[in-house]
Design a protein around this ligand. Structure first.
Ligand code: PMP
Length: 422
């Protein structure tokens, strides 16, 4: 029997001093009970929980781990800058170097502003779009996550309907619904905020086609709004320069975060000339938005994005993973829906409306040393080896067989059911 005594003790202490024991996407009860809450260490593609159990990690910290946890070169750049000066009375030269590097790297970008979390960048993007256009309405895809800001939070507790005024929705990938939303916003369209593909929690992911991306561009051009691409989750995992570049569509603004500094706290708003004036006028700041160490880490990360085959390695590992998981599921008679790009797979089972089978599979995987998420997309990093993938596939084969053996006893997960019912 695996011991989780350290994790259990930490959970008990957390319940006293952290509201709910933990909050947000780490809230207690949204994952199988067997999942560890606390981690002691991370290296490469692996995690160790507080009790010392080792996992091949398919979550990558929900995205920030692109090139491997504790990458020696990137962390050395961070530590070196930390020793020179991190949060100072003003920015370091690294800020200019990083803005230049991003403008070179990301096709549409002509300028950059920096912040800390993805939410900072998406919120700033909305303000810039409204300032630039003098309009109010922002169109977003129904069910999409763009951060915990009162305008976009999926759990509106503590926010007001007024916070979400002038935010209207369409269906990601559906040109007709986009056109209908744009028509309703006619004369008041400030922008369309959209993720590169549909990567919502709890549902299959869908890739946008060229026609949808072009329709978003046209709606903005015709309606006088700005196209804001939310690259916070997908950025640099689909492309080195911009997730819609291969579709021939460029945004006016793009929000970045997560893997920008390979795990160090940094996000960015990038923009084209059309939004430079408004970006100059909005009041954007934060005590840590000028800190130099994450910027040094981002420069090292960008050098690797530019100069190495990191993306092809992620794609190769992701394709091998997809094959291995499909085989493992089929062997036990399950249909595993693996949707979205191989770099960011959503793994959902057929015939599992209340996620009881998916939760059981994730539990069985945890017990076999693999951290896989039952309702959020997973992430592949560049140092996930063929050996790691084969370990995952072998674990999945055993895990599906174990779920099959538990079929008659599986029950829905109460907290998740309550959340889905809302
Ligand atoms: N946009 C997207 C697409 C995201 O996935 C996230 C975070 N999951 C955010 C914005 C918000 O980023 P953060 O959690 O860093 O504030």
């Amino acid at each position: 029997m695996r011991s989780n005594a350290v994790d259990a003790a930490l959970r008990a202490r957390a319940a006293e001093v952290i509201p709910g024991g933990m909050y947000g996407h780490e809230s207690v009860g949204m994952l199988p009970a067997e999942f560890p809450q606390f981690f002691a260490r991370a290296q490469g593609a692996r995690l160790w929980d507080a009790d010392g159990h080792e996992y091949v990690d398919l979550m990558c910290a929900y995205g920030p781990n692109l090139l491997g946890y504790a990458d020696p070169e990137i962390d050395a750049a961070y530590v070196d800058q930390l020793a020179r000066g991190d949060t100072m009375t003003g920015p370091s030269p690294k800020m200019v170097e990083l803005a230049e590097a991003l403008v070179r790297q990301v096709a549409h970008a002509r300028w950059a502003m920096f912040c800390r979390n993805g939410t900072d960048a998406t919120s700033m993007a909305v303000r810039v779009a409204r300032a630039q256009t003098g309009r109010r309405t922002i169109l977003v895809a129904r069910g999409a996550y763009h951060g915990s800001d009162a305008r976009f939070t999926p759990v509106p507790t503590g926010s007001l309907p007024e916070d979400r005024a002038h935010v209207a929705s369409f269906v990601h990938g559906d040109v007709a619904s986009l056109h209908a939303a744009a028509k309703a916003a006619e004369g008041d369209l400030a922008g369309v905020l959209v993720s590169p593909f549909r990567h919502d929690a709890f549902v299959d992911q869908t890739m946008p086609d060229r026609a949808f991306a072009q329709a978003v561009r046209e709606v903005c051009d015709r309606g006088g709004g700005l196209l804001i691409l939310d690259e916070v989750r997908a950025g640099f995992r689909l492309s080195r320069s911009g997730s819609w570049t291969s579709l021939g569509v460029e945004p006016d603004l793009s929000a970045w975060g997560k893997c920008l500094a390979n795990g160090h706290a940094l996000s960015a708003l990038l923009g084209g000339e059309v939004a430079r004036d408004a970006a100059t006028r909005v009041y954007a700041t934060g005590s840590f938005w000028f800190s130099a160490a994450p910027m040094a880490a981002a420069l090292a990360t960008l050098a690797r994005i530019r100069d190495t085959d990191y993306l092809e390695r992620i794609e190769r590992a992701g394709a091998r993973l997809r094959e291995g998981l499909a085989r493992a599921a089929a062997d036990s008679g399950y249909v595993l829906r693996q949707t979205g790009p191989v770099q960011m797979p959503q793994l959902l089972l057929d015939d599992d409306p209340d996620f009881r089978r998916g939760f059981a599979f994730a539990e069985e995987m945890i017990g076999r040393g693999v951290y896989v998420h039952p309702w959020h997309n997973n992430f592949v990093c560049a140092v996930l080896t063929d050996g790691d993938v084969d370990t995952v596939a072998a674990a999945a084969s055993d895990a599906f067989a174990a779920v099959r053996a538990r079929e008659g006893t599986l029950v829905p997960h109460a907290r998740l059911a309550a959340r889905l019912a809302r």
